[in-house]
Design a protein around this ligand. Structure first.
Ligand SMILES: Cc1ncc(COP(=O)(O)O)c(C=O)c1O
Length: 496
């Protein structure tokens, strides 16, 4: 007997657990009927391409839970009485048909809120990343270069102190005060952000900041202007809240502010921008445009969300001050993250909010999750205060710059005129326009077959998506891998 079971070798759940779940579902759905024989462990292992131990482990589990039974000489069968039935108060004798109908009836309709319903359309956040040997993942730092030993030492320092108070709820949802003070100094020096520690809210990555901003500021039906193409994490947070999206084009000086201004009658409540390094084009919002944008926001009373996710990595141009620091009013919420400069699993980011909004955001943060984990905040504060962050950043800047140059040179050398590079002077990724006579999907698929992962930029457009644009993250790849990856991509380009 062939069983329609698909196991995912890359998934986190072990194969025997996946197989156990699949078999249990088949039994509960009545597809494997009471008394029916299941395939021998050898036959099932063979048909699924897994080891026999995997199958026996799942069978053993199902036997111990009362779904399957074995009898000498007659193999393994589905039990006549399933554990689900034993748990019911008044067991009723039922045919398989009624059992199936009952099982179906138990699946209650999902009575979701408007927010919950809007999430059903939200695709997985990033395109599915297969484990290709050379993956130009965007936004991934060189994790193998992170000073883990040092981080561990700092962690231990805090865990070693027998300060039981540290284990309690924090008395302030805004975050560990010494970290906020240190951060205020750091962002005012490095990004010309103008703030006091009181205006900082420590959050679990910038995604939480975007989520809190949408909840606190956006009503169903409000208009949010955003860059087109733009960052999916922001777009999806606004959509989930029921916002109407107003896509504004981007050129090589960043957001086209005059187009935004032309839409003022629509009255966007919020505009979301990535001015330091537009995601994904890499354009840097020019200084004149920054002033135009601030003037527009002042005039329309819109709030600007400035997502400054990777501005620490800048290679040739002089830094342009953050919008927040140029504004003398309450028109900007500045959002920063440690996902790029340290590591994404840390889940620490921060927002700098205009002073009148601090209380409401502190309450929203408290409601969301009380606080960001305190030990990590303490360690991070030491990491910055003791100069490790600056040191790490210097090293990473040099490393990423080398990787970036390697990528640019390799693309130019191997693909020549068939590739145009955008936004190469900042960040951890660049965008490339590649001339090939195939669709983006075909190109991505062909690359995957060559063992190279990359993403088409179409995903990031709300409208007027261009063909032939691809996002190539380089920060996490060695120079050797970058060169090899481009060589493989160039082979496809030449053949098409
Ligand atoms: C534009 C942009 N903002 C923010 C983030 C980081 O999000 P988080 O801090 O939640 O990890 C990313 C990550 O890729 C990004 O591309």
């Amino acid at each position: 007997m062939e069983l329609a079971i698909t196991l995912h070798h890359q998934a986190n759940a072990p194969l025997h657990r996946q197989l156990y779940d699949a078999l249990r579902q088949l039994i509960l759905a009545g597809r494997l009927t009471p008394g029916e024989r299941v395939p021998s462990s050898r036959a099932l292992a063979l048909s699924l391409g897994v080891s026999r131990t995997t199958v026996t482990q799942s069978y053993d589990q199902l036997i111990s839970e009362g779904y399957l039974q074995t009898a000498i000489g007659s193999g393994t069968k589905v039990c006549h009485q399933l554990p689900e039935e034993l748990l019911r108060p008044a067991p009723v004798k039922r045919t398989l048909k009624t059992a199936t109908a009952k099982t179906r009836r138990q699946v209650r309709p999902l009575r979701l809120s408007a927010y919950g319903n809007s999430l059903t359309d939200v695709e997985p956040f990033e395109p599915h990343e297969t484990e290709t040997p050379i993956h130009f993942k965007s936004g991934r730092p060189a994790l193998d270069e992170f000073p883990l030993r040092l981080w561990r030492r700092l962690l231990l320092r805090h865990y070693r102190t027998s300060n039981a108070r540290m284990l309690d709820y924090a008395d302030n949802a805004q975050g560990y005060r010494p970290l906020r003070e240190t951060l205020a100094g750091y962002i005012s020096r490095s990004r010309a952000v103008n703030c006091e520690a009181e205006q900082i809210i420590i959050v679990n990555g910038s995604q939480q900041a975007l989520d809190l901003i949408t909840q606190v500021l956006i009503e169903r039906g409000d208009t949010v202007a955003l860059e087109n193409p733009g960052y999916l994490g922001a777009r999806r947070a606004f959509l989930a809240q029921g916002a109407k999206l107003l896509p504004i084009p981007v050129d090589d000086a960043g957001l086209a502010v005059e187009t935004l201004a032309a839409h003022s009658s629509i009255n966007p409540k919020v505009v979301y921008v990535t001015p330091s390094h537009q995601f994904p084009t890499g354009a840097v919002l020019s200084l004149p445009r920054r002033f135009e944008l601030l003037k527009w926001a002042e005039h329309t009373e819109a709030l600007i969300i400035e997502d400054d996710y990777d501005s620490e990595f800048r290679y040739s141009s002089r830094p342009i001050p953050a919008l927040q620091g140029l504004a003398d009013s309450h028109s900007v919420i500045y959002v920063g993250t440690f996902s790029k400069i340290l590591f994404p699993a840390l889940r620490v980011g921060y927002m700098v909010v205009p002073e009148p909004l601090t209380r409401v955001f502190a309450r929203a943060k408290w409601l969301a999750d009380r606080q960001t984990p305190i030990v990590e905040q303490r360690v991070l504060r030491d990491f910055i205060k003791e100069g490790h962050l600056e040191r790490h950043l210097r090293r990473m800047r040099t490393l990423y710059d080398r990787r970036r140059q390697t990528l640019v040179r390799a693309l130019q050398y191997h693909c020549g005129e068939r590739v145009e590079i955008l936004g190469e002077n900042a960040g951890m990724h660049l965008m490339a326009r590649v001339q090939v006579k195939m669709s983006d999907e075909e190109f991505v698929q062909a690359a995957r077959q060559e063992g190279v992962g990359l993403v088409s930029a179409r995903l990031y457009y709300l409208k007027n998506a261009r063909r032939d644009e691809f996002v190539l993250g380089y920060a996490g790849l060695s120079e050797r891998k970058i060169q090899e990856g481009v060589r493989r991509l160039a082979k496809i380009v030449k053949e098409h």
